[in-house]
Design a protein around this ligand. Structure first.
Ligand code: BGP
Length: 468
């Protein structure tokens, strides 16, 4: 029997600071790794993006009209601390205060990510996550955010998609190009991020006894390419490395056996002390947030049968691009369709993923990203008919409701994204928002906001508590 969405369910939508705010060097903001990175010259950079920084009132009023119960945004660490630590930037602090005040005035619960890919450049110059000083800087930054905004913010997220920063280190991580022995460096960075996260969770519980905090990895079910035991083993291995490594550390303070032996065999083991492991065991999340776009399908690297079913898909399956495929191969999944950007669409996988996470950790869950990137068209009368997005979200919501009916404790759903913003590396043309922002890759036009068809659809979903 299908259960209704629980009362008080947090219907939301998400953004991240560097992708939506713009004002990249205004009012005291320091540069981040994003401001120094080199992206495709044909595509939009991150200087203006959707210019949310200068459209704050208008955007929050639109979020309120949409009916959001929660809005997930990130604080730009370099806006608060231009040097990553040390002197605070009062104008940066005031910007987020204003945002939180506006959300409160509209009865929208803020859901705040502390760190979403945009490490302050000043820290990166000193070694970034390879340098343990970054752990101390993160703890200080997190404590400051708790002190500044803790009276209004109940829900906190530590680090967005830490697993993707490690798995795709050269694409969205903080690994300098050309680093020798990149995987070893990345697993050391991962360990430092874990320590930073544990310290932030401990500090949050000390300073804000009523607040709740959790990690926000990207979690996907991993399917074996066939019933061949070697493929099943490869899928099992990949899931341990891609998914559970991060959540086992966040929730239980342990490296799982499969991930540990993988790192050992490859020579990727980080330097770890007993005190650090004790710290990881002390830092506990109150909930798990996860981002889900698609499932993954892998086979054993030597699997002839899997090869027959599909080419090892580094070039085809964008989800696997950039991931170290030394013990498994990303395979095509003939049962799934793909979107315009070659990402698989798998709503049933969403239900499976939610069940897997809940069964393993027994913590309340919230979805902090899920959505469809597409080249939306602005039609006459400033209309955007994004039926494909409605279809994607509707099918995922059906599966979410089934997961809830299965017994998964789910307290919110925040699709990506509340408003159009610049994709991680595919420009503004790859849109996800309920609200259209009138600009092209290079032509900023008037940055006007238009409601898409999906806006009206989601408004109805929220007002009917998911009945749509
Ligand atoms: C997640 C990130 C987001 C976001 C989204 C869509 O990995 O947390 O920041 O952008 O994916 O990805 P993309 O922009 O690459 O299409």
């Amino acid at each position: 029997q299908v259960k209704p969405f629980p009362n008080g369910f947090l219907w939301g939508a998400s953004t991240s600071a560097y992708q939506v705010e713009g004002a990249w060097n205004e009012e005291g903001k320091g540069p981040s790794v994003i401001d120094k990175a080199i992206f495709d010259a044909e595509l939009s950079d991150f200087k203006v993006t959707s210019d949310h920084y200068h459209h704050l009132e208008q955007d929050v009023a639109l979020f309120a009209e949409l009916g959001l119960k929660t809005y997930r945004f990130s604080i730009s660490w370099a806006r608060l601390f231009p040097q990553g630590s040390g002197e605070i930037n009062p104008k940066g602090a005031a910007f987020y205060q204003r945002l939180i005040d506006l959300l409160y005035a509209h009865n929208i619960e803020p859901l705040v990510t502390l760190y979403h890919f945009d490490l302050p450049w000043a820290l990166q110059e000193k070694g970034g996550w390879s340098n343990p000083e970054t752990v101390t800087a993160f703890e200080h930054y997190a404590r400051t955010a708790f002190e500044l905004y803790g009276d209004r913010v109940k829900y906190w997220l530590t680090i967005n998609e830490q697993n993707m920063m490690i798995l795709k280190g050269e694409v969205i991580g903080t690994l300098p190009p050309g680093t020798a022995d990149p995987q070893k460096v990345l697993y050391q960075q991962n360990h430092h991020m874990m320590l930073a996260q544990a310290k932030a969770m401990i500090a949050c519980h000390q300073l804000l006894p009523n607040a709740k905090i959790g990690p926000a990895p990207n979690i996907s079910s991993v399917y074996p390419a066939s019933a061949r035991p070697e493929d099943v083993l490869a899928a099992n291995n990949f899931s341990a490395i891609r998914n559970w490594l991060y959540l086992d550390l966040a929730c239980h303070g342990v490296y799982n056996a499969v991930a540990w032996s993988f790192m050992k065999e490859k020579g990727y083991l980080p330097c770890i002390t007993d005190e650090e492991m004790a710290l990881l065991r002390r830092g506990k999340p109150d909930f798990i947030a996860f981002n889900y776009y698609a499932s993954a399908t892998v086979g054993a690297d030597d699997s002839a049968q899997a090869r027959e079913q599909g080419e090892p898909s580094k070039a085809v399956d964008q989800q696997m691009a950039g991931i170290d495929t030394s013990v498994y191969a990303g395979m095509n999944n003939p049962y799934l369709k793909k979107n315009q950007f070659n990402w698989y669409i798998d709503p049933v996988g969403f239900r499976i993923t939610a069940r897997e996470i809940y069964e393993r950790y027994r913590l309340p869950l919230i979805v902090t990203e899920n959505g469809l990137g597409a080249f939306d068209q602005l039609e006459a009368g400033n209309k955007i008919y994004d039926d494909y997005r409605i279809m994607y979200l509707q099918k995922h919501l059906e599966q979410l409701q089934l997961a809830i009916s299965d017994g998964v404790e789910m307290f919110g759903y925040c699709p990506w994204s509340a408003i159009d913003l610049v994709s991680t590396h595919q420009g503004i043309g790859k849109r996800y928002g309920f609200i259209y922002v009138n600009r092209d890759e290079k032509d900023l036009k008037d940055l006007a906001r238009f409601k898409k068809k999906s806006f009206v659809w989601y408004q109805r979903v929220i007002s009917s508590n998911g009945a749509n």
